[in-house]
Design a binder for this molecule. Structure first.
Ligand code: HEC
Ligand code: HEC
Ligand code: HEC
Ligand code: HEC
Ligand code: HEC
Length: 177
């Protein structure tokens, strides 16, 4: 019989428990790369699964620069108020949006994706070549809160550039100044 009071048995049981918990935590989380899985809390709980999912508002209605420039940009309050001047106008969160707009303030959204300054990245080129938002950003239309889906590491960029169907440049100065 196991003597549950023996220090050795206790130690072994503790180690097994710790191992199982760590293993489950590892499996549940996406692999830790650079900032993989980074999911900062936002000042207003803006929900992509509602807007882009349930109501199917096109990504580019809000991220309108993505085809035209390097940055996709996050929409200004004007865009939100196109709808929310009327839609759900009595709810506390929407009142906060309106109050900020009236005060000439913007919502300090916390950036989720951030490449180091020495990397050149350009949305326009990728969108023009037909790379989908979800290929790089994952199932945003299912996210209540946006998180970083891909590692954004150099290896991740190059792995895709090398694929025969893309055949994109991989010289250092493609992505570095
Ligand atoms: C109604 C407006 C709206 C629509 C539609 C919308 N977004 Fe957004 N998006 C936002 C706002 C506001 C933020 C900033 C707050 C946040 O991160 O949740 C944001 C943030 C993001 C971010 C993170 C930006 C960062 O900080 O790195 C990504 C990526 C993104 N959206 C992709 C998409 C994609 C892909 C779609 C379409 C499937 C989409 N969005 C549809 C408003 C919108
Ligand atoms: C080839 C991969 C790729 C594709 C395709 C892509 N993105 Fe991004 N996105 C990125 C990377 C990388 C960043 C971080 C850029 C930086 O920090 O300079 C980013 C950042 C963003 C941001 C934060 C603001 C900004 O521009 O830095 C938003 C919003 C966003 N993407 C939305 C979109 C939407 C909407 C689409 C589809 C129309 C899209 N992205 C397609 C890789 C991609
Ligand atoms: C094309 C129309 C449209 C745009 C643009 C839009 N929304 Fe919405 N939003 C909706 C709809 C529809 C709902 C669901 C309202 C309901 O539950 O009846 C909603 C719900 C919300 C809610 C939840 C309200 C609550 O407490 O129940 C928040 C917060 C919100 N939106 C924020 C934003 C922000 C921030 C923006 C701009 C980045 C934005 N919305 C842009 C249509 C829009
Ligand atoms: C899912 C595939 C994919 C991923 C991931 C990806 N790219 Fe690209 N990239 C492409 C394609 C396709 C092109 C267009 C090549 C062309 O114009 O023929 C491209 C083009 C570019 C260009 C323009 C090259 C030129 O012609 O000057 C730059 C810069 C670039 N990518 C940087 C990056 C960086 C940095 C990352 C990672 C943060 C990245 N890409 C991730 C597919 C990808
Ligand atoms: C397709 C885009 C792309 C190409 C091509 C590319 N890089 Fe990078 N590189 C990145 C990105 C994105 C990062 C930042 C993320 C990271 O550190 O992995 C980076 C980071 C780096 C770093 C910093 C690593 C660190 O740990 O701080 C060095 C050094 C570097 N690259 C050198 C090179 C050299 C040399 C080449 C040519 C052989 C090259 N890169 C080609 C995208 C690219």
């Amino acid at each position: 019989m196991l003597n549950l009071k023996s220090p050795i048995v206790k130690l072994v049981l503790t180690l097994i428990t710790v191992g199982v918990v760590a293993g489950v935590a590892y499996i549940m989380k996406p692999p830790i790369g650079y900032n993989n899985g980074y999911q900062p809390e936002q000042p207003i709980p803006y929900d992509h699964s509602l807007h882009a999912g349930k109501y199917q508002i096109p990504c580019q209605y809000c991220h309108s620069n993505v085809e035209k420039s390097r940055h996709a940009t996050v929409p200004s309050l004007n865009v939100c108020l196109n709808c929310h001047n009327n839609v759900a106008a009595d709810r506390p969160l929407i009142k906060r949006l309106k109050a900020a707009h009236q005060a000439g303030e913007s919502i300090p959204w916390v950036k989720v994706h951030l490449l180091p300054d020495y990397v050149k990245f350009n949305h326009k080129r990728h969108i023009q070549k037909g790379v989908q938002c979800t290929t790089c950003h994952g199932p945003i239309e299912e996210m209540k809160e946006v998180y970083q889906y891909s590692s954004l590491s150099m290896g991740w960029c190059i792995e895709c550039h090398r694929r025969p169907e893309h055949n994109a440049p991989i010289s250092c100065d493609t992505c570095h100044y």
